[in-house]
Design a protein around this ligand. Sequence first.
Ligand code: ADE
Length: 231
Amino acid sequence: MKIAIMGAMAEEIEPLLSQVTNIRKTEYAANAYYEAEYKGKEVVIAYSKIGKVFASLTATILLEKFGCDRLLFSGVAGAIDPDLDIGDLIIADGLCQHDLDITAFGHPHGFVPEGEVCIPTDSYLRNVAKEVASKKGIKLKEGIIATGDQFVASVEKKNWISKIFDAHALEMEGASVAVVCNALGVPFFILRAISDSADMDAGFDFDKFLEGSAKVSADFILEMVNAIEDQ
Ligand code: ADE
């Protein structure tokens, strides 16, 4: 078993790199990949840069070049669900692309022919997360996460995403990683800690809480790596 751990930004993988051992760095396709070990498990860590295109590229390389057979995403998100506060964790049960729009042809938002609006994450990995959370007494939400190539800082926009996709949080990479892993048949999992509420204060809050929330997510992911069993 070789587990890919992916973030979008350097801040999202730094707390991972500081806790793994035996790090070997490879430069590939204009990005850095870190093969390492965590408590006897093989991991490959990388951040993609922000957005769906970079995230698809990095996820593909982690699976196809480095041979990872599980992918865990760690990072931050904007909250839609009012029950989610800064630093709270949410796992995606499914991911959709809120900015994918061919409604002009009568299709629903987020849908293209031969695709699906919402791609489900791996149920075993979700169960591992729930077990870790309950053992450690950590609050863990589960729900739909909406992805798009936009930093959302508008109550109107987030309410629209909530209404159309029934989403609980939003970010800029998860659904593209889901498309790649789904197509290649690799079990995947998306975890996010809240950095902002996608409202008019979102830019300010994101800068203020990125590092702290990214660490909350990374620490949880490493607990999961420790708990994942070779199936
Ligand atoms: N990631 C964290 N906060 C976000 C926001 N408000 N919009 C998009 N992606 C985010």
